[in-house]
Design a protein around this ligand. Structure first.
Ligand code: NAD
Ligand code: DAU
Length: 338
């Protein structure tokens, strides 16, 4: 089979490329626009594999996408391509609407036109909004109402609704997955865990939003990739699958864990102005994917966070190339005077 992986030069998409190259005989074509978040250095090893091909292009470019689909005749499309950072969506929502909503519709039109057998939309738990901190009994299930907070999550929810509509109206063979926060190798250092690791290693202050009590449900990225692999091969068309590993941690707990592993002092922590509309708590109930597809996470947080810190220690070039570029302007804009 031939699988199109969009956004495969980003964090989760690249991990999925490596997962498929290691676990299947399928041909993988990665399509990525190489925005600030896409990085060809990440795909250096994949590019040596004859089952892998990279194509630079934009999922919102209809003519280009149609030509690619006509030439390649994909069996499966997995759409990771997105603008993915909540803080950027608060600064400038428009690109989120274009990439995350229009891009999804362009890919689905091409999938219908060129007979794609399975279209998979990589979505997020953020479409469910947030949960209170004092109700640990509550979790997101697949039937929790959509209730978004940020322009990012609203754009992802819009895309999910369109996927449902294309399935029902046009018969697109589609599935959707909604995963909790991922961490692991190749995570762009604007997101909490890689930002804290890279700054702590440089003995710089660690900006924790608000009181640091917000809770996220962390999953090692390889477990997310394994779940998507199961869904595209065995999942039921028209279904939504939640993915998460019951691993809730407050932001402060996560930052302190990183500092402990690195042997750095907690005095690096600096509390800064909270994110606008900041979701308090995410928690996924993964009962459906476990019952229907037998998926369970393989890496617990203690192991995963140690492996992740070690990866950043062993791959300094990868993240130093990023933070030495235009990233400096981004950091100043988002955090100076915060
Ligand atoms: P990322 O920002 O690291 O990567 C996104 C990739 O998409 C980049 O390589 C970028 O160049 C590419 N891209 C952006 N716009 C494009 C366009 N118009 N055309 C083609 N390529 C384009 O994101 P990520 O964290 O790897 O997230 C991947 C997907 O998973 C997203 O859809 C996100 O919503 C979803 N998700 C992420 C998480 C998480 O914790 N990171 C959790 C659940 C779901
Ligand atoms: O839940 C899935 C989502 O997880 C994905 O859909 C998004 O693409 C992904 O970016 C992530 O969103 P979050 O907003 O949860 O991730 P982020 O790493 O930006 O922030 C995690 C928590 O840490 C959040 O409560 C905000 C806080 N934070 C973040 C940054 C960047 C800080 O306190 N300081 C920071 O500097």
């Amino acid at each position: 089979m031939k699988i199109l992986v969009t956004g495969g030069a980003g964090f989760i998409g690249s991990n999925f490329v490596y997962y498929e190259l290691a676990h299947s005989d399928d041909e993988i074509v990665c399509l990525d626009a190489l925005t600030y978040a896409g990085n060809l250095e990440t795909l250096e090893d994949a590019l040596k594999n004859e089952k892998f091909k990279f194509v630079k292009g934009d999922i919102t470019d209809r003519a280009f996408i149609n030509k690619l689909f006509e030439e390649e005749r994909f069996d499966i499309v997995v759409n990771f391509a997105a603008e993915s950072h909540v803080d950027r969506s608060i600064e400038n929502p428009e690109i989120f609407l274009k990439t995350n909503i229009i891009g999804t519709s362009v890919l689905m039109d091409a999938s219908l036109k060129y007979g794609v057998k399975r279209y998979h939309q990589v979505s997020t738990d953020e479409v469910y909004g947030d949960l209170p901190l004092d109700r640990p009994d509550l979790m997101f299930t697949e039937t929790t109402p959509i209730h978004t907070s940020s322009p990012y999550s609203a754009s992802k929810a819009s895309a999910d609704l369109l996927v449902g509509a294309y399935h029902r109206t046009f018969g697109l063979q589609a599935t959707i997955s909604r995963c909790s926060n991922n961490y692991g190798p190749y995570h762009f250092p604007e997101k909490l865990i890689p930002l804290m690791i890279s700054r702590a290693l440089n003995d710089e202050s660690l900006p924790v939003y608000g009181d640091g009590a917000n809770v996220r449900d962390w999953l090692y990225v390889e477990d997310h990739c394994a779940a998507i692999d199961l869904i595209i091969r065995k999942g039921k068309v028209g279904e939504v699958y939640n993915i998460g590993g019951h691993n809730e941690k407050s932001n402060l707990e996560v930052v302190k864990t990183v500092l402990r592993i690195l042997g750095k002092p907690e005095s690096l922590i600096t509390f800064v102005t909270d994110r606008k509309g900041h979701d308090r708590r995410y928690a996924i109930d993964p009962a459906k994917i476990h019952a229907e597809l037998g998926w369970l996470p393989q890496t617990d947080f203690d192991t995963g966070i140690k492996k992740t810190v070690e990866w950043y220690l062993n791959n300094k070039d990868w993240w130093e190339h990023i933070i030495n570029g235009e990233y400096q302007d981004y950091y100043k804009k988002m955090y100076e005077n915060r």
